[in-house]
Design a protein around this ligand. Sequence first.
Ligand SMILES: *Cc1c(COP(=O)(O)O)cnc(C)c1O
Length: 404
Amino acid sequence: MTENRPFLPYGRQSIDDDDVAAVAAVLQSDFLTTGPAVEAFERAFAAKVQANHAVAVSSGTAALHLGVVALGLGPGDAAVVPSVTFVATANVVRNAGAEVVFADVDPDTGLMRPQDLAGALERASGQNVRAVLPVHLNGQACDMTAIADICRAYGLATIEDACHALGGAITEADGRLNTVGNGRFSQLTMFSLHPVKAIAMGEGGVLTTNDPDSEATLHRLRNHGLTKDVDDFVDRHAGFAADGRVNPWYYEMHAPGFNYRASDIHCALGESQLAKLDGFIARRHAIADLYDRALAGLAPIVRPVPRVPWASSGHHLYPVLVDFAAIGRDRAAVMHALRDRGVGTQVHYIPVHRQPYYRSRYLEAELPGADAYYARCLSLPLFPAMTDADVSRVVDELSRVVER
Ligand SMILES: *Cc1c(COP(=O)(O)O)cnc(C)c1O
């Protein structure tokens, strides 16, 4: 029934000939990794999000892990993570040896609100909560002005999980506009450049910061914890010859790190894609606006996740909230029916506090906002190469399925 109408996945990358050429050029150059394409990409990325520094790594999860390690989180510490996110946001806290305190979210937007953070801190009394990882779900930023106020009051470090929000922005009360990742509200912001995200590296991630010490720490930890910077050397005897010159083979390790490097191959693709970000985001906005209008007739059975006033979304996803009870079909039936009609959908996300690992580790908190969001959310196809006709087709098929 979908002959010559290609299957529409919920997200996909857009790769052009110039992306292919950029990667091919690196393949024929002297460096496949630890070469000049990495720094060039980092400079371009930092400039794009208006941060002082960017550190390219091998995945979004590696970026999250490096972030919590760089902040010094470890055994005896805890960090607040919203329950509606990809599992990686919580897992990296555990992988650093610290404990996760799950925060609830707004039942309609899935975003951690200031009161959800306050509630989590209250539940965690007695624990040494040192950090918060707000997640800019679907591309919409959390209310970072208010969240940053709470973090300041409690002395908490902040890592923004902006995997969905590259190309998004946050407006402050005085009208000041902040590109997501500019470091206005946090120590570190991290992004994923997995192919379903705003731009693709294959596998890849980036951390941004305005703090030169954090930048140096992240770059060291990315590469096994090694430094070749003579100003860092603590063992002067081993590092320098009798004539005072630095030994040419010498390096030092002050804290064990990882191999989380991004290769030149990946960074060349990242930089080529970054040049197209504005165009991709503009198209994502146009598609989201089209969906909003086309779905109006399906309210209140199906309605778009509401937009928050302080954020311009990166529109990583186009989620709707569906009243499955009202249509008399459960989510699995709706997803199967849409798939049979050539429309891919996905659920972002199963609340992480419900995962068996976290249920068994922690007394399961009651997070009604996360449960209510999860019960209704469904992500419709959204990617820059979609045509206006594709959007109409998705809405037509969805109408048939829910009105059956
Ligand atoms: C994609 C994603 C990650 C992990 O990124 P990878 O590059 O896949 O490791 C983390 N958090 C969120 C919210 C994500 O969407």
